[in-house]
Design a protein around this ligand. Structure first.
Ligand SMILES: Cc1ncc(COP(=O)(O)O)c(C=O)c1O
Length: 455
């Protein structure tokens, strides 16, 4: 469900053009030096032959350089590329973990092969078993959900806030039953969930809160990094995320029961913190979700770039919200005044009843203005995927339903706000290769098109 197409890939020519000297600072993406866009909303639409609202373009989006390459070379000089530190020779995973803890203070931090793996480990370590319900959002990557199903738990979908696109705590509360064990709060597109309300609910109902921070590196809820508030934090290092290592993930927890269990569930049940390489004696069934030293080396350098990347995206996103506020028929994304969103992408909604024309026509007009817009995010809410509709997760069957351990019927699930968010939303890429003037140009394009489409 990922949409990595929010940015064009970095090409060899980008590297050459950027020049090594310019690549030393973090973040790497050099902002385009675009001229401020004309603010004339009344000009003819570009699709009808008028001037384009977006005049500049993003700079080269260069995401790594000599520093990552040097760290990779250091790793490759080691005798072993295995993550475990037992023999003391391997340093990259330890370096990554140290830096991650400085970013998101959690006692137990385990590197994994992907964000999906991190989420599976989190759900397994939280003790989710057959028939246990886990409440989450229907607008997310499928990686949020697969771990629940593999542990034979039941994903329960709660509706979302109209402009936050994140879990609505009141809707979560309505989904709580005696079988509910956990909530997975996804900080969608880099916007923090309402964590105070979610944690209060969880405390009242004794639920575990897992934060899915895959799209929210660098985001802060009331000053705290996302992932440092719930019981477990999960991050992805997949290529298109704010920082990456091609693939990879992190799962972290300070919970005294869950934290020490993470490692086992990421490493075939081995108790490396205790008795050691013990998969023949382990009591837990677990997969191999390990990350190698090479990925950890790369990711450790990427983590050093994070603050620059996050601060830039946060500022650009706020500017774009400001630029489109008050435009007719436009619903900008909501972001708490005290929070920092880091905009994995920028998503806004059309109030279609206040506009003439369709979303497709709006997107087409925006693209003609030079704004790289596209319609929606994932095609349908997760519960509408075919294997949810036919309850056929495991070779066409769902054993826990056949055994009567759940009465869940996904054909009956409806989250009207989530459906509307997908039906009326428009996505615009946002990243650190862009500058203020370029993003203001996108804002001007949205205002201009909205004015022309206003009913
Ligand atoms: C919200 C969310 N959760 C989980 C994942 C899964 O991460 P990965 O692709 O690293 O498995 C993603 C990836 O796009 C995501 O966006």
């Amino acid at each position: 469900m990922n949409r990595p197409v929010t940015n064009r890939p970095v090409t060899r020519r980008d590297f050459a053009a950027a020049g090594l000297a310019a690549l030393a600072a973090a973040p790497l993406g050099r902002a385009a030096e675009s001229k401020p866009a004309p603010a004339d909303d009344t000009a003819r639409l570009a699709k009808d032959g008028g001037p384009k609202a977006v005049t500049g373009k993003p700079g080269p989006w260069v995401r790594w350089d000599e520093r990552e390459r040097a760290q990779l070379a250091e790793a490759a000089a080691q005798a072993s590329l295995f993550y475990w530190q037992g023999r003391g020779a391997n340093k990259q995973t330890a370096l990554f973990v140290e830096r991650f803890k400085a970013y998101c203070p959690r006692e137990h931090v385990v590197t994994c092969s992907s964000g999906t793996a991190a989420l599976h480990v989190a759900v397994a370590a939280a003790g989710i078993g057959p028939g246990d319900e886990v409440i989450t959002t229907p607008i997310t990557d499928i990686g949020t959900i697969t771990g629940i199903l593999f542990q034979q738990g039941v994903p329960v979908f709660a509706d979302l806030g109209a402009s936050s696109y994140n879990l609505d705590p009141a809707a979560v509360e309505r989904c709580i039953t005696p079988r509910t064990k956990a909530i997975i709060a996804v900080h969608l597109a880099g916007a923090p969930c309402d964590m105070d309300a979610i944690m209060a609910l969880a405390a009242r109902h004794r639920l575990i809160v897992i934060e899915d921070c895959a799209q929210a590196w660098g985001a802060r809820y009331r000053g705290k990094p996302v992932g440092s508030i719930g019981h477990v934090a999960c991050y992805s290092l997949m290529n298109s995320k704010h920082i990456g290592a091609g693939d990879g993930g992190v799962v972290a927890s300070s919970d005294p029961k869950i934290g020490p269990a993470l490692l086992k569930f990421a490493d075939k049940g081995n108790d490396r913190l205790g008795a050691g390489y013990t998969w023949d004696k382990t009591a837990v069934l677990a997969s191999n979700y390990r990350m190698s030293e090479l990925q950890a080396a790369f990711a450790a350098v990427q983590l050093e770039r994070l603050e620059g990347i996050a601060a830039k995206r946060a500022a650009l996103g706020r500017s774009l919200i400001e630029a489109i506020a008050g435009a007719p028929g436009i619903l900008p994304p909501a972001l708490g005044a005290e929070d920092r969103g880091t905009f994995w992408f920028f998503y806004f909604r059309l109030q279609t009843e206040r506009l003439r024309g369709t979303r497709a026509q709006f997107v087409e007009a925006l693209r003609a203005e030079g704004a790289p817009a596209s319609a929606g995010y994932i095609p349908v809410p997760v519960y509408r995927l075919p294997y949810f509709q036919n309850h056929g997760f495991f070779a066409g069957r769902w054993p826990i339903k056949e055994l009567g351990l759940t009465a869940m019927d996904y054909t009956k699930v409806r989250c009207p706000e989530a459906e509307a968010i997908l039906a009326t939303g428009i996505q615009v890429p946002l990243n650190e290769s862009m500058d203020e003037a370029y993003v203001r140009g996108i804002g001007a394009a949205i205002r201009k098109v909205a004015r022309h489409f206003a009913a």
